[in-house]
Design a protein around this ligand. Structure first.
Ligand code: RVP
Length: 479
């Protein structure tokens, strides 16, 4: 049996090439997520329950990438995360959240909390606007007031505009009247939309944002290969998900291939990504089944122990190179998933042929990642765990079964992931800036203005252990 060599990021370096680039701003990080979706930066936040829900998806889309909402939620919870993402970045909110005048203040508070909304439009049974309720109306209320009717505390005199108003005029009305929300009505006073000052400001602040045709943030959502995946896909697409990711550890399986076929057949316009695979044949088979992008990485993730438990996997750089060759043949983008710790790793993955990188641990521990903080030795951390870890499985089971059967079921569970914690890192924006700044410099070292150019120019050189040691800070006392 012939044994091939498999390499990963730390085994190689990119050989510097003559470059005409003077500043990083001359580089362009535009790339393809999938056959029909473009991104402004090649970064995807991982579909993991400690990485991507709506807060992360919004933040990443603002920077020009995309987040994939994880699938370890009920269908309606996952749909809510997609809807929250879609709403948060669009200037025109098409179906603003509403409440009826006879409902209670408690109903309103719960609804605002659940939807992450800062206000509700108050409408009658016909959908006619009768008032508006914002945090300002309720912030000073006491607990006993929660049983009051919405109509008793709402603002009655609402400044509105006609549905169809242009953004500049809407901005003028918001500014002149010092208001934050402008409901848009049809001729009969029915609510048709909402424009908020926050969304207008955000749109100006994030010119790089990745948006759909309606100007809303791009967002993807993951589904599995068992149970409710068809129903889930339909609900996610209805909610506006731009891409569906078929998520299975061993993506080169009949299960994954059949799932792809079924989804593509039922939803031919769905932008479908599937993985993970690590070989040319795995990529070929998923492409033949109908995917629009292939996710590559078996055992590469920081919290993944698949290679330890099963002995299977391919070092990530070789996996990306093998899969990218096939992807290129069909014009199907490759996503390098897992193992990216630095901008240098991301640059190597892109140079090896990936169009984007999916990152988990780098984005875990941020303000936008789900989960609360914990303290250890005076430092702040957040949990970051593999989706095939024991506690992730326990969390899933506890949602669906009684305690007794849960313990029984998990007796046989073989974890392929670990639970970990990552230091608190602040906002995702700063991390993305560092990551993309490093990738831009990486392009420049390869004499390339764009990712496709870098892929053409890239020349890898294999490192010895001494070369690797030399690549790290060495022979100095680190501060
Ligand atoms: P990393 O960025 O190195 O933290 O890797 C993230 C990736 O790890 C995910 O996108 C996924 O492919 C993989 N993963 C997630 N959970 C597990 C596991 O439990 N084995 N692996």
């Amino acid at each position: 049996m012939e044994i091939r060599e498999g390499l990963t990021f730390d085994d190689v370096l990119l050989v510097p090439k003559r470059s005409s680039i003077v500043t990083r701003s001359q580089t362009n990080l535009q790339t393809k997520l999938s056959k029909n979706i473009s991104l402004n930066i090649p970064i995807i936040s991982a579909n993991m329950d400690t990485v991507t829900e709506s807060a992360m998806a919004v933040a990443i889309a603002r920077e020009g990438g995309i987040g994939i909402i994880h699938r370890f939620l009920t269908i309606s919870e996952q749909v809510t995360e997609v809807l929250k993402t879609k709403r948060s970045g669009s200037i025109l909110i098409e179906n603003p959240y509403t409440i009826k005048p006879e409902q209670t203040v408690r109903d309103a508070i719960e609804s605002m909390r659940e939807k992450g909304a800062s206000g509700l439009l108050v409408t009658d049974d016909q959908g006619k606007l009768v008032g508006i309720l914002t945090r300002r109306d309720i912030v000073m209320l006491e607990a006993k007031d929660e049983t009051k009717k919405v109509t008793e505390v709402m603002t009655n005199d609402v400044i509105t505009a006609k549905f169809g108003i242009d953004v500049v005029s809407a901005k003028d009305i918001l500014r002149e009247n010092c208001i934050e929300k402008l409901p848009l009505l049809d001729e009969r006073g029915h609510v048709k939309g909402l424009i908020t000052s926050k969304d207008i400001i955000n749109a100006g602040n994030y010119p790089q944002a990745s948006k759909d045709k309606k100007g809303r943030p791009l967002v993807g959502a993951a589904v599995g290969v068992k149970g409710d995946f068809m129903e889930r896909t339909e609900a996610l697409l209805d909610a506006g998900a731009d891409a569906i990711v078929v998520d299975i550890a061993h993506g080169h399986s009949e299960n994954a291939i059949n799932t792809v076929r079924l989804i593509k057949k039922a939803f031919p316009n769905c932008e479908l990504i599937a993985g993970n695979v690590a070989t040319a044949q795995g990529t070929e088979d998923l492409i033949q089944a109908g995917v629009d992008a292939v996710k590559v990485g078996v055992g590469s993730g920081s919290i993944c122990i698949t290679r330890v438990i099963t002995g299977s996997g391919v070092p990530q750089l070789t996996a990306v190179m093998d899969c990218a060759q096939v992807g290129k043949k069909y014009g199907i983008p490759i996503i390098s998933d897992g193992g990216v710790r630095t901008s240098g790793d991301a640059t190597k993955a892109l140079a090896a042929g990936a169009s984007t990188v999916m990152v988990g641990s780098l984005l875990g521990g941020t303000d936008e990642s789900p989960g609360s903080f914990m303290m250890k030795n005076g430092k702040r951390y957040k949990i970051y765990r593999g989706m095939a870890s024991f506690y992730a499985a326990l969390g899933r089971k506890s949602k669906e079964t009684s305690n007794a059967s849960m313990v029984e079921d998990l007796n046989d569970y073989v974890a392929e992931g670990v639970e970990a914690m990552v230091p608190y890192k602040g906002s995702v924006t700063d991390i993305i800036k560092q990551l993309t700044g490093g990738i831009r410099s990486g392009l420049s070292y390869c004499g390339a203005n764009t990712i496709p150019q870098m892929q053409q120019n890239a020349e890898f050189i294999k490192m010895s252990t001494a070369g690797y040691a030399e690549s790290q800070p060495h022979d100095v006392e680190l501060m």
